[in-house]
Design a protein around this ligand. Sequence first.
Ligand code: SAM
Ligand code: SF4
Length: 458
Amino acid sequence: MKINEEKIQQCLQSAAQRSESEIWEILTKARKLEGLEADDVAALCSISDPDLLGELFRTAREVKDEIYGRRLVLFTPLYVSNLCKNDCAYCAFRSSNRDLNRRALTMDEIAAETSALVDEGHKRVLLVAGEAYPRDGFDYILRAIDTVYSVKRGSGEIRRVNVNVAPLEEVDFKRLKQHNIGTYQIFQETYHRETYAKVHLRGAKTDFDWRLEAMDRAIAAGIDDVGIGVLFGLADWRFELLALQQHIHHLEKRFGIGPHTISVPRLEPATGADLASNPPNPVSDLAFRKIVAILRLMVPYTGIIMSTRETADIRRETFALGVSQISAGSRTNPGGYSSADKKAAAQFSLGDVRSLDEVVADVARLGYIPSFCTGCYRLGRTGADFMDLAKPGEIKRHCAPNGLSSFLEYLMDYGQPKTQETGMVSIANALETMDHEPRQRAQAMLEKIRAGRRDVFC
Ligand code: SAM
Ligand code: SF4
C-alpha cells in the first residue's frame, strides 16, 4: 500500500473553496452513517466559523449517540517491558536514552501486575512493550499473554488481552492469533513519510513501509480485529486524517474489513525525548476535538480510543463527540501497578492519574455506562462479523445489555460505596431509555448478576 500524498495535498488545497452550504450538505450526508469522501473530510478539517463548528460537533454527538448510545468501554495498558532497539525521538524508551531504568518483567512479575489490575476490577488489558525482547525473543510476548490470561482471583480475571507490540512477520502474527488476543494494535505514528524519517532515527522502526503494511500481514494471518492510530503532534493533523482514511480504504478494499479501532494519542512530555515537549505540529484542544468529531463521521462504526494521555476534562468533552473506549487507572512503566517503585521509567507523563474507581464514578456521573464487556470477541463476533453487528440498533441491542451487566458486576465486586450509589442510578436511568426487547434482555442479565452469576453476556 502507498499513501498518495499528492492527492491529500490537492484535497486540502481545494477544501478552502468549499462554501458554507456545501459544509451543511456534508454534515447532512454524515448523518446517514455512510462515512465520508476524502474531499468531505478535507472540507470539515477547514471549518473555523463558530456556527459551523458547533454544527460539526452536534452532528458527531448525534452519530455517536445513534450507534453507541451511552456506553464507554474501559481498559488499561499493561507495560511488560521498556527494552527497545529503536530510537524514536519522542519516546522515553528510545535506545539513546541511557538514563532509563530498563526492565522486562518476569512472568511472576506480570502475574503480580495482572493480579493488581484484576483486584481493581479490570477485565481488559492492552499489553505494551518496546521493540526488543529478552533472550527468548518474541516468545516472551506470547508467554506474557498466557500469563495474563492464567491469573484468576475469585471470579475476577482478565478476559481480553489486546496487544501493542512492534510489527511482525506474518508467521509470528499467526502465533499471536493462536494465543487468543483480542485486537492487534499498532500506530503508524505519522503517515507523512518525510516527517517519519526525521523522528525515527535508528532500528527496525525506520522502515516506514514495513510498519504501514503491518496490518496487511496481521489480517492475512487471521487477526481480523486490528487497531490503527496516529501520534498527533508530529505532522499536520489534517494530512494525518486523510492518510488514515487512505489506509482504511486500502484494508477495506483488500480484505473487506476496516480497523476495529482508531487511537488518537497526542504527544506527551517524555524524559530523554525533548521533541515530545516541543511537538513540530502541536494540536490544540480545539483541533483535537475536531479530530475526534471528524473521525466519528468519517468511520461511524469504528471504535475511537482515548488514552491515558489526555486530561480528565478533554476526555469528558470527547466522549460525547465520538470516543467509544478509554483507558483508566493507567501506568506506563513496567511494574507500575504492583511494585513499590511506581514512578520509575514511565514511557511518558500521564494527563489523568485517577484510579479506575474514580474514573468509573466520573463516567457514570456524566451519564455514561462504563462497560467491561468482552462478549463479542469471545462469541467470535470479530472482523466482518463485528462490522455486520455494528449496524444502527444492533450495537445497542447486544452491547447495551452487556455493558449494563458488566458494569453491575464491577459495582458489586469492586465499587466503592459512593461509586455503587452513582452507578445504580445510571443503570436505572439507562434501562428507562432502552427499547422494550433489549431492556427485557438486560433486566434478565442483571438479575443473574444480582443472584451471583458472573461474566453474563449475549
Ligand atoms: N514499541 C512499539 C511501537 O513503537 O509500536 C509498541 C509500544 S509503544 C510504547 C506504543 C505507542 O506509544 C507508540 O506507538 C507511540 O504512539 C506512543 N508514544 C510513544 N511516545 C509517546 C509520547 N511521548 N506521548 C504519547 N504517546 C507516545
Ligand atoms: Fe521503542 Fe516504541 Fe518507544 Fe519507539 S515508540 S522507542 S519503538 S517503545
